[in-house]
Design a protein around this ligand. Structure first.
Ligand SMILES: O=C(O)[C@H](O)[C@H](O)COP(=O)(O)O
Ligand SMILES: [Mg+2]
Length: 303
């Protein structure tokens, strides 16, 4: 049964029980660039109590460095790069360490600068992505459609708010190339993206377009609930590795955040400021340990 966090005693009990607090970002800390109420105060409270804080986001539009800037801009201070895990970072690591793609090979990106920056940090060259040369009206004679770059060795796809028919069509050509043999990496497959008061198209819905057209499913989906980021977090935090029950995963989506926490052996807290509602909890076979109306309740209930 999922317990509703609505008392000071419950918050204090949670603060005693857990040492590691893993936070999803979109729908928990903020909606777009709109910081949710009492988030800064809640994070400060955890730091005052000596808790370890880690951020785990499926949003691949930003790199870890970009997130450090966003945290600072929103008044969330003192966050270190190694405390931020994003699906763009997880995907770049997959290409480098699991796929072992040679660095001479380029990567076609359907996505934004977060993916490009993380791949570039590992020494890869990318094409597509945020290159403004592709933000144009569709033309069936576009050179990239008719002469694919033979040095492209993989396709990566993630969230982009700058999707167009040309980018989708070039992505499709790479996915069909050489009898559909190029590796197809998805950063995450969230169906929707929470903004203030409405749901927007998520990475998964964009990726589904080229998936359906090519008849291919991604060879790897690197974001939550994939445990690769959890494994990295545990490797950086041995006590959490030894006792995952000392960790609490806080998110707004059942099939990514709550599954990610559950499968990592952590307890879970769902907040209702993003994707899910009380009804979706009741209808789901994924049952969080707790739920709260918003993250900021943690701070408000201790006052
Ligand atoms: O569409 C997406 O990619 C996701 O909705 C979004 O990026 C989720 O980010 P998170 O909630 O994991 O921070
Ligand atoms: Mg979220």
């Amino acid at each position: 049964m999922t317990a509703h966090i609505n008392s000071k005693e419950q918050v204090e009990a949670i603060l005693d029980k857990y040492d590691y607090f893993l936070f999803d970002c979109d729908g928990v800390l903020w909606l777009g660039d709109h910081l949710l109420p009492w988030v800064v105060e809640t994070l400060d409270l955890l730091k005052q109590r000596g808790k370890s804080i880690v951020f785990v986001t499926n949003n691949s539009t930003k790199s870890r460095n970009d997130y450090l800037k966003k945290f600072a801009k929103l008044g969330i201070d003192g966050i270190k790069k190694q405390e931020v895990f994003g699906s763009s970072y997880a995907s770049a690591n997959y290409i480098d360490k699991i796929l072992k793609l040679p660095k001479e090979q380029k990567i076609w990106v359907l996505g934004e600068q977060g993916i490009e920056q993380e791949l570039s940090e590992l020494g890869y060259k990318t094409i597509g992505g945020s290159d403004p040369a592709y933000n144009i009206q569709f033309d069936e004679n576009h050179p990239d459609l008719n002469q694919l770059d033979d040095s492209v060795g993989a396709v990566i796809a993630g969230l982009t708010t700058n999707v167009n028919y040309l980018k989708l069509s070039i992505t499709l050509q790479y996915l069909l190339k050489n009898n559909k043999s190029l590796p197809f990496i998805a950063t995450n497959i969230d169906s929707t993206f929470p903004m203030k008061g409405k749901l927007m198209i998520g990475a998964g819905s964009i990726i589904e377009t080229v998936s359906f057209a090519s008849g291919r499913q991604p060879d790897a989906i690197c974001g939550k609930p994939n445990q690769s980021m959890m494994d990295s977090i545990k490797a950086d935090n041995p006590p959490l590795q030894q006792s995952p029950a000392r960790g609490l995963m806080i998110g707004d989506r059942l099939n990514t955040d709550m599954r990610f926490g559950l499968e990592g052996g952590l307890d879970t807290l769902l907040v209702l400021t993003g994707i899910e509602s009380l009804q979706s909890i009741e209808q789901s076979n994924i049952k969080p340990t707790y739920y709260a109306n918003k993250l900021g309740d943690f701070y408000q209930l201790t006052k």
